[in-house]
Design a binder for this molecule. Structure first.
Ligand SMILES: [Zn+2]
Length: 368
């Protein structure tokens, strides 16, 4: 506790200052239960007279964001009759919650133009100390929460708000205010915004990103949306085309596999072990193979987690699901399916070939 301090304690939506007191770092500053006593948390013991220094970059940033919030809330109230219910000063961005349920892109642009007009007008930001009667005489946007020693922060002739936070001296010091996004939040609308150096940094980052993208694609940055739209259409068209072609290729492959199939108890058995194919593709191929009458596909995938896929043509009388259930334990596997198609995966790749052989053995027995 100090007899006087330059440190701001967390209050009214604004986070505390940090900095140094003597040789120690100030980690936190808080008011003790509304007593007016400020507790400075330092990382070492202190006695006697000490001098303190606040982290000015952080303070200046908070001043920019906080004054920006007054301006933004004032503009929303004056132009859209939208009251600010609450606000938050975050380490990356700030938010205001407005008591309206919707906000259009045009309204957001209107507010941004208005705020930046006031910023360029360099209106002084003035502090008044008034009593309750004095406060009542001012057109306060935000009423005081205390009954005496009321501090009113005025953006000269534009907005009056009871506030004990820190602010810039002129709106011009903020430089820039940008709304980043907004969304419905219960019965309110939450608006995310950046002020001052945060807004400038964000603009520089966005500019560099879009410029890099434009350069990589050899187009102007403003052509990016149309490029993305066209690319998406093209990709979706290609995807459909690939699917059609893949089906055709699998049909051809299935035909070849069936032609070279081994005959067993009156049926044709197509045995295939694949290393690089997806399970999805293998299942498609099995279906194509089983599309040929009197045919059974006995497929497996290699890899740490081997898979077995069995499918028969509908003209055969045989419970494929039962066969799969019998051989899956060989690969420590689990799965199942219908009498026509079944599959399962396991964890013993070294036993895959044996499991497929056993499946063929069971099929031969069942077909007898
Ligand atoms: Zn304030």
């Amino acid at each position: 506790m100090l007899d006087q301090t330059c440190f701001y304690a967390t209050a009214g939506g604004q986070p505390n200052d940090v900095g140094t007191l003597g040789e120690w770092r100030v980690l936190d500053v808080r008011e003790e239960d509304k007593t007016g006593i400020l507790i400075h948390t330092v990382d070492g013991p202190l006695t006697g007279e000490v001098s303190g220094e606040i982290d000015w970059d952080r303070r200046l940033d908070h001043m920019e964001q906080h004054t920006g919030q007054h301006l933004l809330s004032g503009a929303f109230e004056q132009l859209l009759d939208a009251e600010t219910v609450s606000w938050h000063l975050g380490s990356e961005s700030c938010t205001v919650d407005l008591g309206i349920e919707a906000l259009t892109t045009e309204q957001v642009a209107l507010i941004e133009f208005e705020c930046n007009r006031v910023i360029r007008a360099c209106l002084p930001v003035i502090t008044h100390r008034v009593d309750l009667a004095g406060a009542a005489a001012l057109p306060l946007r935000k009423p005081p929460t205390v009954r005496e020693h009321i501090r009113v922060v005025e953006i000269s002739g534009y907005d009056w708000s009871a506030c004990a936070g820190t602010h810039v001296r002129s709106t011009g010091e903020m430089g820039l205010l940008k709304i980043k996004s907004w969304e419905k939040n219960k019965k309110a609308t939450r608006v995310v915004f950046l002020v001052g150096r945060r807004a400038l940094n964000d603009y520089m980052r966005l500019d560099s990103t879009t410029r890099d993208l434009g350069r990589a694609l050899s187009i102007g940055v403003h052509d990016l949306p149309r490029y993305v739209e066209r690319s998406q259409e093209e990709t979706s068209g290609l995807r459909k085309q690939v699917k059609v072609l893949q089906e055709r290729i699998l049909e051809i492959e299935a035909g070849e596999l069936v032609a070279g199939a081994r005959r067993l108890a009156g049926a044709r058995i197509v045995r295939l072990v694949s290393g690089g194919r997806s399970l999805e593709e293998l299942k498609l191929l099995a279906a194509k193979v089983a599309g040929h009458p009197g045919t059974i596909a006995v497929f497996g995938t290699r890899g740490a987690m081997p898979q077995i896929v069995l499918q028969r043509s509908v003209d055969l009388r045989l419970d494929i699901g039962a066969v799969v259930k019998q051989v899956l334990p060989l690969i420590d596997g689990r799965g199942g399916g219908s009498p026509v198609q079944a599959q399962g995966g396991g964890s013993r790749p070294e036993a895959l070939e044996h499991a497929l052989d056993q499946a063929i053995h069971k099929i031969a027995e069942a077909l007898k």
